[in-house]
Design a protein around this ligand. Structure first.
Ligand SMILES: C[S@@+](CC[C@H](N)C(=O)[O-])C[C@H]1O[C@@H](n2cnc3c(N)ncnc32)[C@H](O)[C@@H]1O
Length: 174
């Protein structure tokens, strides 16, 4: 049985259902790969993380290619010149480079972002504002060439646990 915190996000699963399978997906700060594993059935997945132990396990799974990268260093990302059908980010935030994530999306591709938002302090970690999106932040920073398909800011209840999250599903239209 898959432990609760290793299950893919219900919202991510729902967002993906409406996207045609095939093509490439990059899972930014993939962790142990709860999404990479689930989505490798439908997409060719590039799983990126700083943690080599996580990546080693994921590299054994068909349709997953791992990329070991410190996303927060001054070094250019190894994949920064590439584009992907889907860019997925969950439970990760590094503001300084957040706009670079949109640049990785192919024309007609999607950004799927779900992470903690301000107000989450009431429910648990993270509590550091550096890791919490400000009110409407994803909407405010979204470049003009992206169309919002779905945006949500509010309480998420998953596995009987409450958290405050923000979600954006956006399509690159030009
Ligand atoms: C809370 S986990 C989220 C994992 C996954 N996205 C998920 O939702 O299950 C945050 C992940 O960010 C990764 N991470 C933290 N700092 C990083 C950095 N500077 N570069 C790359 N990955 C980093 C950690 O190794 C960890 O796997």
């Amino acid at each position: 049985m898959i432990s609760k915190n290793k299950k893919p996000s219900n919202w991510v699963k729902k967002a993906i259902e409406n996207i045609e399978p095939g093509g490439s997906l990059i899972d930014i700060a993939c962790g142990e790969g709860r999404h990479s594993k689930y989505l490798s059935r439908k997409f060719y997945v590039y799983a990126v993380d700083i943690n080599k132990t996580y990546l080693e396990k994921l590299s054994k799974i068909p349709n997953i290619e791992t990329i070991n990268q410190d996303l927060e260093s001054n070094e250019e990302w190894k994949f920064s010149k590439r584009e992907f059908n889907i860019v997925l980010v969950t439970n990760y935030l590094y503001r300084k480079k957040i706009l670079n994530l949109f640049k990785l999306v192919k024309l007609n591709g999607y950004l799927i972002y779900e992470t903690f938002a301000i107000g989450n302090e009431k429910f648990g970690k993270p509590t550091n504002p550096s890791y919490l999106l400000k009110s409407n932040e994803l909407l405010k920073i979204k470049p003009k060439n992206f169309e919002t398909i779905e945006f949500f800011e509010g309480i998420r209840i998953q596995n009987f646990k409450k958290s405050k999250v923000q979600r954006l599903l956006a399509k690159r239209v030009f």
